[in-house]
Design a protein around this ligand. Structure first.
Ligand code: FES
Length: 360
């Protein structure tokens, strides 16, 4: 009997090896500023995910299937790969999109996902930075187990290899679409690709540090393999440029033990979001902030009220349903920027703070 899962894993290792080689040749690996902590986190997660978590979930899903859904066990065994591969891939990618998007607005899930966004540079291994619990709850790995149980192991192996090629290439510093954007004749191809799959430019934007650069959108582009979910659900922003910098603002850079084992292991740094008892502070005030704006300059106005740098965003909105507002000043001079966060004319004060009741 053919072990399709082992074949799939071998192909993924081959894809990773290819990108290691490409990043070495391009010099990106030689220039890396990754610390030992980063390497342990990225390589360690890759090993634990591949050897323990993924096989563990797939085996559990198959055992659960045998117990509760025994009559469906071979549903996909004789079905065409033209049917079972898209079924696996679209189902997998849709649930991963939803999970990933929710991880950016739910404070607990965000703490499990934030190691992924702490990487200050992109690279083939960045796709593997998340807490262990994040992977254990990942619905698409359970979907992989379900399709395997239904007899679609071959579809999973082929689909996984295709998906990992897209995911690893979209995280790599060797961004193939830079070449497509460079030559005018190839731009239509880049345009089309970005509207179907997640390209490096599309995904690097999601990892960018701040929307201020006009390229980054860490609160958008949640897709993993296909960009179609972002387009349908209104979270897509198409880019051909790449962010100025990656990572999180005010990052205390916790040890890999806390990043990977949270909530079992918490950070010892009280400033860290994953330390025990950490609570985000509400920095809203009733009075607007009167300050000088400069014509044409971009600003990032805080919508959530949690920024310690009011009225501007400091990244504290991660793990909430809010995202900052990027605006460019239309003229130079004094402006009243809202700090109660109830204005109807964002980012400017409209007098709402003078009303007694205040929603929280
Ligand atoms: S800190 Fe970014 S929107 Fe409030």
């Amino acid at each position: 009997m053919i072990n399709w899962e082992a074949y799939g894993d071998l192909v993924v290792i081959g894809i990773l090896a290819l990108f290691v080689l490409l990043e070495m040749i391009s010099g990106a690996l030689g220039r890396t500023k990754r610390t030992t902590n980063d390497w342990i986190m990225e390589f360690g997660v890759y090993i634990v995910l591949g050897l323990l978590i993924k096989p563990g979930i797939v085996i559990s899903a198959v055992l659960l299937g045998n117990h509760f859904l025994a009559e469906f066990q071979h549903t996909l065994t004789n079905s065409s790969l033209w049917l079972s591969i898209p079924l696996y891939l679209f189902g997998d990618d849709l649930v991963q999109y939803c999970y990933h998007r929710y991880a950016h607005s739910n404070s607990f899930l965000w703490k499990l996902h934030r190691p992924h966004h702490q990487a200050e540079e992109m690279g083939f291994f960045v796709s593997y930075r998340n807490a262990g619990l994040y992977y254990l709850m990942m619905p698409n790995i359970w979907w992989m187990g379900l399709i395997t149980f239904l007899g679609g192991a071959q579809a999973v192996a082929i689909g996984l290899a295709i998906k990992q090629l897209v995911i690893i290439s979209s995280h790599s510093t060797v961004a193939y679409d830079k070449l497509l954007y460079k030559f005018k004749v190839l731009r239509p191809l880049a345009f089309l690709l970005q509207r179907v799959i997640v390209t490096p430019a599309f995904h690097h934007s999601h990892h960018g540090k701040s929307q201020l650069d006009g390229v980054s959108d860490p609160n958008g582009n949640f897709g993993n393999m296909f960009s179609i979910w972002d387009q349908i659900l209104g979270t897509a922003s198409f880019r051909r440029e790449f962010p100025e910098s990656y990572g999180l603002e005010n990052d205390p850079k916790e040890k890999w033990t806390a990043q990977f084992f949270y909530p079992a292991v918490a950070s010892a740094d009280p400033a860290s979001e994953i330390s025990r008892g950490f609570k985000k502070q509400d920095h809203r005030t009733e009075e607007p902030s009167k300050l000088e704006l400069e014509k044409g300059k971009a600003y990032l106005w805080c919508r959530c009220g949690l920024s310690a740098n009011q009225p501007f965003c400091d990244g504290s909105h991660h793990g909430t349903k809010y995202k900052p507002l990027r605006f460019e000043a239309k003229r130079s001079g004094k402006a009243n920027l809202c700090q109660c966060k109830r204005t109807g004319t964002e980012p400017f004060c409209d007098g709402s703070h003078q009303m007694k009741s205040r929603s929280t």
